[in-house]
Design a binder for this molecule. Structure first.
Ligand SMILES: [Zn+2]
Length: 110
């Protein structure tokens, strides 16, 4: 049995993603393709798939394709939009968000 690459639950034979995360992935890609959306909208859309919230939590943090985890991708885009609306050019990438979050988590521990 393969394990789901997002939540590590059983995904089934020759499958990398379990049925819940497959629904989450589809919903997320659809939302991304639709353009602008906020964090609440993202959570609403993911919850609407019927997936358990702890699966959604894991899904948001996993970077499967090297383009950044869903949470970091959304944060980067939203930051750029806010900065842009203030007239400040911003080109934040998901990996920048990751670095900021790692730094913040480290400082909390110290
Ligand atoms: Zn899964």
């Amino acid at each position: 049995m393969g394990a789901c690459c997002y939540c590590r639950s059983k995904a089934g034979f020759f499958k990398k993603v379990c049925p819940n995360c497959l629904k989450l992935e589809e919903a997320f890609h659809q939302l991304e393709a639709s353009g602008s959306f906020g964090y609440n909208e993202l959570l609403d859309t993911l919850l609407a798939t019927g997936a358990p919230t702890d699966t959604i939590d894991k899904f948001l943090e996993i970077d499967v394709d090297g383009k950044g985890s869903p949470r970091n991708r959304v944060t980067a885009r939203m930051t750029n939009e806010v900065m842009g609306s203030l007239g400040i050019p911003s080109d934040m990438k998901p990996e920048d968000v990751k670095k900021v979050r790692e730094t913040m988590a480290k400082e909390k521990k110290d």
